[in-house]
Design a protein around this ligand. Structure first.
Ligand code: SAH
Ligand code: SF4
Length: 439
């Protein structure tokens, strides 16, 4: 989501004459787009700011004024602290205000004092952003498209409802228009983004509220949009209509990120997730019935307050039962202002470490096994770039694995059947099946 937001920030700054440069030393303005989800992400911001301060000072000594801005969720949550700890920062802006960036830049340049914008404005920023295609790099075949933001679910551990604000969906017309612009600029594989992307409920052109399933059918009808993904979805919003869309739409990729966090019903309840471990197993069963080649990825937290060895074992058991093609796992991190941060029974750091290691070893085994299961199979690969080795081209499979083959760069931009021959640590090697081309 931050990658997408950064691209939109460059869009709003372009009319002012700004364009991206490769190194911070060459920049008249440096924007740090930040994440607040775990403690370490927030700490990184302050160490990065220390580095940027030196660049700003060196440039200003040479007579080149330099604006430093901090955007994103750390700005939203810790705006005042940033200004106190890093007074050389010129602009602090939350994730819902970046459409106002040009005005803030003008104010910072004029006043020479810090400008801070972390209120949640009444207007939706998407209505005020310029209509640009916004693929992250021109010529890209893959792109992110934010369709929904914010969250009303208030999980015990999570800062998102406080930093990104309440759940808001963009209108169907604006999503379809942006997707069409992306496809016209060459994008074939779009990842729809949202904190709870499957809670999408945008106003349709017919005045009705559309859900993600309905939006997916409309997107799949755009010629040239061959691959559609979405993240992150919440198990509670994985309804039958969306599962049916996975059965009906070959464009919906058979790879779904569906965070579960824990396999213990007690911990799921404490987390306020609103479902049980068996509910999750049942959703996965339905998804596989709808789309047998669907593979899952997930997020896990170990060491949420109250998590015992038995609760952790329930998580391990869920992983064994479901099996994941890929996953992210984290040690629980206390976030100020969230209910779990002040909860009793915090889990000691060394216990969290041991649990994380055990979980990650199991997840790694499953990831390797999934990748190995593709060896010998033929899968459609969308080629996106030349490979690292001469004569090679690289692309991605429906399950987002990087795939390398020996082949002509003319195939870049096409989806071609590839027989997988070898599993590497985080990618696959293959050979081109004859000249039959899918799309
Ligand atoms: N909306 C998504 C998650 C968004 S946050 C969902 O509900 O699934 C991305 C991931 O960060 C979460 O899935 C969770 O695994 C992790 N995370 C969030 N807050 C955390 C915290 N306080 N400590 C550790 N991990 C956390
Ligand atoms: Fe955070 Fe996701 Fe829970 Fe919302 S649903 S509070 S974003 S973990």
């Amino acid at each position: 989501m931050n990658v997408y937001d950064s691209a939109r920030m460059s869009d709003v700054l372009r009319p002012l004459g700004y364009q991206p440069v490769d190194t911070p030393d060459a920049a008249d303005m440096i924007i740090l787009n930040t994440c607040h989800i775990r403690d370490r992400a927030a700490e990184k911001v302050f160490s990065e700011l220390g580095r940027l301060r030196k660049i700003k000072e060196a440039r200003e000594t040479a007579g080149q004024p330099t604006i430093i801005a901090v955007a994103g969720c750390v700005a939203q949550a810790e705006g005042q602290e940033i200004l106190a700890r890093a007074p050389y920062v010129d602009i602090v802006l939350g994730p819902q205000t970046y459409h106002r960036l040009p005005e803030m830049v003008a104010r910072a340049a004029r006043a020479g004092g810090a400008v801070i914008e972390t209120d949640f404005p009444a207007e939706q920023k998407f209505d005020f952003l310029p209509d640009t295609a916004a693929p992250q790099t021109p010529g890209n075949l893959t792109a992110f498209l934010t369709i929904q933001e914010g969250c009303d679910k208030f999980c015990s551990f999570c800062v998102v409802p406080y930093t990104r604000g309440a759940e808001v969906s963009r209108s169907v017309i604006s999503v379809l228009a942006e997707a069409r612009r992306m496809v016209e600029s060459g994008v074939q594989d779009i990842s729809l983004l949202g904190q709870n992307v499957n809670a999408y409920h945008g106003t349709g052109p017919d005045g009705e509220v559309w859900d993600l399933a309905r939006l997916a059918y409309a997107l799949a009808a755009i010629p040239g949009l061959n691959r559609i993904r979405y993240a992150t979805s919440h198990p509670r919003d994985m309804d039958d209509a969306l599962i049916a869309a996975h059965r009906d739409l070959p464009e919906l990729m058979p790879y779904l990120h569906l965070p579960v966090q824990s396999g213990s019903d007690k911990i799921l309840r404490a987390m306020n997730r609103g479902h049980t471990a068996d509910d999750y197993r049942e959703i996965v069963r339905k998804l596989h019935a709808a789309r047998p080649d669907l593979a899952l990825s997930s997020d896990f937290i170990v060491g949420h307050p109250g998590e015992t060895d038995e609760d952790f074992e329930a998580t391990m058991q869920l992983v064994r039962d479901v099996t994941f093609a890929q996953a992210y796992s984290f040690k629980y991190s206390q976030r100020p202002g969230t209910p779990a941060a002040g909860a009793p029974l915090q889990v000691p750091e060394d216990v969290k470490d041991a649990r994380l290691q055990a979980l990650q070893a199991l997840l790694r085994e499953q990831q390797d096994a999934f990748n190995q299961s593709l060896v010998g199979q033929t899968v459609p690969v969308l080629f996106t770039s030349e490979g690292r080795k001469p004569g090679q081209i690289s692309g991605r499979s429906p399950w987002l694995q990087p795939v390398h083959v020996t082949g002509s760069p003319d195939l870049i931009g096409r989806e071609v059947p590839v027989r997988i021959t070898e599993r590497l640590t985080n990618s696959l090697n293959g050979i081109l099946e004859e000249e039959k081309v899918y799309a």
